[in-house]
Design a protein around this ligand. Structure first.
Ligand SMILES: Cc1cc2nc3c(=O)[nH]c(=O)nc-3n(C[C@H](O)[C@H](O)[C@H](O)COP(=O)(O)O)c2cc1C
Ligand SMILES: C=C(O[C@@H]1CC(C(=O)O)=C[C@@H](OP(=O)(O)O)[C@H]1O)C(=O)O
Length: 388
C-alpha cells in the first residue's frame, strides 16, 4: 500500500485541508493525541505572539468512524483561529484591494522564501509567497505525524524528539530515557535545569536585540525491525528518505544520521559498530551509524539530528530592496518567532514518524490493520537470527 498525504491552505487563510490516503482500516485515532501534539508544537520559549492566540481547530471530515479508520481517505481540516482578523488581507475571494494593499510586503526578507518566490511566480507582493511558504504548514504535518505515530505504535515502534542546542548552547547530550521524557515535557526540550536558565537568557537577549536564533534537535525511533528500506534504488534508501523529510522543514539546513558529520574525521575502527552476539541474538556494541546501514534499518535505534538556521524575519531588519520602487530599503518586518527550535523538533518527530510509516506501509502493505501488524511481526521474527 502507498501512504501519502497532501495539504492545501495558507498561513493566514481560513485554515489547512489535509488528506491522508492509504491507511489501513481499523486504526484508532484518539482526538486527544492530535490536540496534545498540536499544543506541544505551539509551545516553546521564544515563539511569537501568534502561538498564544492560535487554537489549531481540528475537524475530521471523512475516513473515520467510531474513532477508527475505515480505509477511505482520511480528510481533515485545521482551522486558523485568527482567520477573521486577517480576512480582509488574504481572503481568496476578497475584492477589498485597499485592505490587501495596506498589508503588502514589498521588501523581501533575506533568508525567507520572499525573493525567490516573487521572481519565480512574477508577484509584486511577497505576501503571495509567504502565505504558503510559512511554517504554518508544519501544523498540518504534525497532524499527519500523529496518524503515522499511531500506526507505528501498533507494531511497537516509538518516536520521540529533543532539542539538542539553541544559539550554540547545547542542552541534552547524551540522552537517557528519563532525559527524553523530561525533554518532551519541557518548554525548551532540554534535559537539565541549568541549561534552561542559560537558554532563556540567550533567547531573551536575542529578542531584545531584534535578532533571532537557530539550533539543533534530535529525533529517535526505537523498535524499527532490521531491513526496512533498501540499497537497491536511490529513492528506496531509508537514510535518504529521512534526510529529505527533515530537510524539508522550513529553516532546516543540515541533517545527520547517527554520528553523521563527526564520522568524517575518524578512522574506520572508530566509526563503525562492531557486531556482537549475546543471549538475545546479534546486535551492535555501539550505534554510530544511527540505526541505518546500506539504506536500511539495522535494528538499532534510529537517530536523526537536524540543524535549524535562525528565523529570517528580524525586528532589526537586514538590507533589502523595495521591489516596487527598486530603491534600497530595510527588509519587511512582521510579527514572528525569535526561536522555534522546540517547535521544529516536534515537527521533526512528526516527519520521522511519517517517513517510517511510509516505508513500512510500502514494504508490508495490508488493507486492514491486523494484516499490517501480522506481516510486520512475521518479518521481525525472521530477522531474529541466533536468538536463544
Ligand atoms: C516551527 C517554525 C516556525 C517558524 N517561524 C518563523 C517566523 O516566525 N518567522 C520567519 O521569518 N520564519 C519562521 N520560520 C522559518 C521560515 O518558515 C523559513 O525560513 C522560510 O520558509 C524559508 O525556508 P528555508 O529557511 O527552508 O529556506 C519558522 C520555521 C519553523 C519550522
Ligand atoms: C503560524 C505558524 O508559524 C508562523 C511561521 C512563520 C513563517 O514565516 O514561517 C511566521 C509566523 O507567522 P505569524 O506572523 O502569523 O505569526 C509564525 O507564527 C505556526 O507555526 O503555526
Amino acid at each position: 500500500m502507498t501512504l501519502r498525504f497532501l495539504t492545501g491552505g495558507e498561513s493566514h487563510g481560513r485554515g489547512y485541508v489535509i488528506v491522508v490516503e492509504g491507511l489501513p482500516a481499523g486504526l484508532r485515532l484518539p482526538r486527544e493525541r492530535f490536540t496534545s501534539e498540536l499544543a506541544r508544537r505551539r509551545r516553546g520559549y521564544g515563539r511569537g505572539p501568534r502561538m498564544a492566540l492560535e487554537r489549531d481547530e481540528l475537524t475530521f471530515w471523512g475516513g473515520l468512524r467510531d474513532g477508527l479508520t475505515t480505509g477511505s481517505p482520511l480528510a481533515l481540516s485545521l482551522g486558523n483561529s485568527e482567520w477573521e482578523i486577517w480576512r480582509p488581507a488574504v481572503d481568496a475571494e476578497s475584492v477589498d484591494v485597499e485592505a490587501a494593499a495596506c498589508r503588502a510586503a514589498t521588501c523581501p526578507r533575506p533568508g525567507h522564501a520572499d525573493m525567490a518566490g516573487i521572481v519565480k511566480y512574477g508577484h509584486d507582493d511577497c505576501r503571495n509567497v509567504l502565505e504558503r511558504a510559512s511554517a504554518r504548514a508544519t501544523a498540518a504535518w504534525t497532524v499527519v505525524g500523529v496518524v503515522a505515530g499511531l500506526l507505528l505504535e501498533t507494531v511497537g515502534i516509538g518516536v520521540r524528539e529533543a532539542v539538542d542546542s539553541i544559539g550554540g548552547l547545547s542542552c541534552t547530550r547524551p540522552l537517557c530515557d528519563e532525559e527524553w521524557d523530561r525533554a518532551a515535557a519541557s518548554d525548551l526540550g532540554c534535559a537539565r535545569e541549568e541549561d534552561e536558565a542559560a537558554l532563556v537568557e540567550r533567547i531573551v537577549a536575542a529578542r531584545d536585540e531584534g535578532d533571532t536564533l537557530g539550533g539543533t534537535f534530535v529525533v529517535s525511533l526505537t523498535g524499527m525491525p532490521a531491513g526496512v528500506g533498501s540499497y537497491a534504488e536511490l529513492d528506496r534508501r531509508l537514510d535518504g528518505r529521512f534526510a529529505a523529510a527533515l530537510m524539508s522543514i522550513p529553516a532546516i539546513k543540515g541533517v545527520e544520521i547517527g554520528d553523521g558529520f563527526r564520522l568524517a574525521d575518524r578512522p574506520g575502527s572508530g566509526a563503525h559498530d562492531a557486531i556482537v552476539r549475546d543471549g538475545r541474538g546479534v546486535r551492535r556494541r555501539t550505534n554510530r551509524a544511527g540505526g541505518i546501514e546500506g539504506g536500511m534499518s539495522n535494528g538499532e535505534e534510529i537517530l536523526l539530528r537536524a540543524a535549524m538556521k535562525p528565523i529570517p524575519t528580524l525586528r532589526r531588519p537586514l538590507d533589502s530592496v523595495d521591489i516596487r520602487t527598486g530603491l534600497a530599503a530595510s527588509a519587511h518586518v512582521e510579527r514572528g518567532d525569535v526561536c522555534a527550535v522546540p517547535a521544529a523538533a516536534v515537527v521533526g518527530r512528526a516527519l520521522g514518524a511519517w517517513t517510517a510509516a511510509v516505508a513500512l506501509a510500502e514494504q508490508f502493505g495490508g488493507d486492514r490493520l491486523s494484516e499490517f501488524v501480522e506481516r510486520v511481526a512475521a518479518f521481525r521474527r525472521k530477522g531474529e537470527i541466533f536468538r536463544e
